[in-house]
Design a protein around this ligand. Sequence first.
Ligand SMILES: Cc1cc2nc3c(=O)[nH]c(=O)nc-3n(C[C@H](O)[C@H](O)[C@H](O)COP(=O)(O)OP(=O)(O)OC[C@H]3O[C@@H](n4cnc5c(N)ncnc54)[C@H](O)[C@@H]3O)c2cc1C
Length: 465
Amino acid sequence: MTMLSSQVGIIGAGPSGLAVSFFLKDKSDIVESQLHVGGHASSFQECGFTFDYGPHILFSRDQQILDFIIASLGENVSKCRRNNKISYKDRLIKYPFENDLTSLPLEDNYACIRDFIFNPCKQEFSIPKNMREWFLKTFGEGICTRYLFPYNEKVWNIPVEQLSMALAERIPNPPPEDILKSSLGYSTEGYLHQLYYFYPKKGGYQAICEAWKKSATIIYQFNVAKIQRTNSGNIKLIDTKGNSRIYNRLISTMPIHEIVNKLDMEVPGEIQSAISQLIVNPMFVVSFGIRGVDHNQYTAVYFPESEFWVNRISYPCTFSSENGPKEHWSLQAEITCSKGSDVWCKTDAEILMHTKKGLQQRNLLPPDNEIILERVDRQERSYVVYDVGYEKNAEKVRAWFTSIGIHLLGRFSYFEYINVDMAVDRALKLAIELNGDVGDMLELKSLYLERALARLKLPNICSVE
Ligand SMILES: Cc1cc2nc3c(=O)[nH]c(=O)nc-3n(C[C@H](O)[C@H](O)[C@H](O)COP(=O)(O)OP(=O)(O)OC[C@H]3O[C@@H](n4cnc5c(N)ncnc54)[C@H](O)[C@@H]3O)c2cc1C
């Protein structure tokens, strides 16, 4: 008889893997290739500064899940008010763009509000087929050509007409009165679900997963190299060192482009082709530790201009003052690009130089003698791109994996552009399905979140191998 390592095997101790482990009724364990939890939501410390691998903040439209994540942090959480800016021509305007038209040069303000009010695209694209049409229909040409098109093309690295409508649900549709008010100079706020955000006081964003790992059994440095189906119908995981573990069921949060190469079975050509068409963009993350006082206290600044590779900078010491030593502050720049692009082929030194010069020219970074830490990290995966073929390809791939008994979960596995809040949501829904619970979803959700919280508050109920 085969000895099971556990009923359920989970690949990856990032937010999704940890979350599903505390919702499942069956005994599960997590195999993780690294020596720490957190995955893409983890953090590093250097010279007294704490940075995430690309800045993370906590906000959600789902109040229950937000409350759950905050509660799981106990006392280790701070609340901040968003202070985001957009770089436009010679100035910084308030974010979101459509809520601060009055700060634009007068001719730009006029063009934006004119095209918003007298918008022929409302009729023309009443049933939009892609994000270009949706943006035009919703905001008019003035706002689109000045900000939404260049910024989105910079982040996603594909033309806006190739972006799928799946993205539209993430972009709030502001009340028309707010846009009119913003043009006239009345102060308004958009994207209210992000107006306040949360962040761990200590330990960076990784502190969330550190709090969650308490209830999990984690096998660290188990880098899955092969996945086999055994004669008895179980699933065997073999790592790069030849260690193996056997499970009845498997949940995977490892990237879809990787798991497909670990399967010890034939993968149909159409599935391989669908996976190869799923786009994930890499990113450079450039971190600076700076001596002195940050008088601006911005949360983030966005750059739509195409000649500057940086798409956004963030201020980790604004998220939490514990992210840097006293009388110091920090800044982190993100550069998204596509794999194989000219930018991705640049050396770290070139990336650092371009970022530093561009920020210093814009007076957003002080001279070199005040910078005490500079570092470039390459992230192979940052953004899941919703191109027009995305939904069809993703659905095909997910269905095939389910048919072979592997449940895909998480940002780069189920392949969804989700944050940690929605990682919890998806984990919870998968656990409800695998646990076989039926009933009112809202009631089940409350029950699961309550139970998970109770479980997380128990100190180390399972041992870490
Ligand atoms: C630049 C950037 C900014 C973001 N900003 C925010 C934000 O502001 N707020 C927010 O909430 N979220 C943010 N996110 C999203 C957040 O990081 C993800 O939602 C979250 O990390 C997804 O968790 P996951 O568990 O699905 O995947 P991952 O975090 O990718 O975890 C997968 C895990 O699987 C492990 N693994 C992979 N391969 C193997 C293998 N072969 N064997 C064993 N283990 C393996 C990895 O080591 C990793 O630990 C951001 C993401 C990025 C990239």
